[in-house]
Design a binder for this molecule. Structure first.
Ligand SMILES: [Mn+2]
Length: 333
């Protein structure tokens, strides 16, 4: 069941004159798209609006958004401002921005499952005695989907620029609709609303999946060619040498594509990529399918992450790390 836009959030928007729209650090397309679309709508309502972000805008598809965000706020900018936090539920996720936002009236728009825990931390900074407006829908495919609902609840329609931003976020978080299951009819209806309002899915696809350097493709080829399976095909392990890092990875890598290709190999349950980032240390990326918990392995080496995506740093060479990693993987298979 879809969660309705809380009345308290609509009142929060209607009662404020000045807004700061914040999101999590290391923003992705859903976070940045939600922030900018919401800014645009609030401006159309005659409000003063600032989008802020701790950045960095590393991903090629959101590079060009960076200039629309500020990374610090003056006392004057904060004066009388209401904060709307999107795609996360606690100020601490806003990274370096958190210190600027503390103490201002706050509303939250999020779709992360852990958000419910954040509810207690938001406190009671309410301008009108209402509870902190907390629009949480863990089944929403993207926060931009929820921003569309807010626009509709305000009795408006997205303009063309907003629609582009909204569809961009929806495509980012659904892996261009690959993660949508049989409960996703509303996701496609929302996409249709965005397209009717002027968004162009073909252009968005090119934006998300284009713009890569040839070197990033060559590097994927080298790492794929070196891949070997272990544990009867359940683990794929490969690596990138320091020479390759220097020659091909300086303009950026495309780890998502690499993991995606290896994840499509029949029988594979976990993927491990070691990179010699510097002569003296490596980073390790771990991915897994449903059952296998790679965060256990990352934790053993002092790293962290989630069950299906985690990583760690290691002081030393690939050759000495490889046998230790294979030993550690015995625990999860
Ligand atoms: Mn999101």
């Amino acid at each position: 069941m879809e969660v309705q836009v809380p009345e308290s959030l609509i009142r929060f928007i209607q009662s404020g004159k000045k807004f700061i729209i914040a999101g999590h650090e290391e923003p992705d397309g859903d976070c940045a798209g939600s922030q900018l679309a919401l800014c645009s709508v609030l401006k159309r309502l005659g409000k003063t609006v600032i989008a802020c972000s701790a950045g960095p805008f590393k991903r090629t598809e959101i590079n060009s958004f960076a200039s629309s965000f500020v990374s610090r706020l003056s006392a004057e900018e904060k004066e009388g401002a209401f904060v709307i936090l999107v795609d996360c539920s606690t100020l601490e996720r806003a990274g370096d921005m958190a210190a600027f936002l503390k103490g201002l009236p706050l509303a939250v728009v999020d779709h992360h499952a852990r958000a419910a825990e954040g509810r207690h931390e938001t406190g009671d900074h309410s301008p009108s005695g209402d509870e902190t407006p907390f629009y949480l829908d863990i089944n929403a495919p993207s926060v931009t989907f929820m921003i569309l609902r807010i626009i509709q609840a305000l009795g408006m329609e997205p303009n063309r620029e907003e629609a582009e931003l909204l569809l961009f976020g929806l495509c980012t978080d659904t892996g261009f609709f690959r993660h949508v299951d049989d409960t996703g009819a509303a996701t496609f209806e929302a996409a249709a609303d965005m397209i009717r309002a002027g968004a162009n899915p073909k252009e968005i696809f090119a934006r998300i999946h284009g713009g890569k350097s040839l070197n990033s493709r060559i590097l994927i080829g080298i790492i794929l060619a070196r891949s070997r399976t272990h544990f009867g095909g359940r683990l794929v392990l490969s690596w990138e040498t320091f020479e390759e890092t220097e020659k091909y990875a300086l303009e950026g890598r495309d780890s998502d594509s690499l993991y995606q290709m290896l994840q499509s190999v029949e029988g594979v349950e976990a993927i491990c990529i070691i990179r010699q980032e510097r002569p003296e240390d490596c980073t390790v990326g771990l991915r897994s399918r449903d059952r296998v918990d790679v965060s256990v392995i990352a934790a053993e080496f002092g790293g962290g992450g989630h069950k299906n995506a985690s990583g760690f740093k290691y002081s030393g060479k690939i050759e000495e790390l490889r046998p230790k990693l294979l030993e550690a993987f015995k625990k999860v298979f």
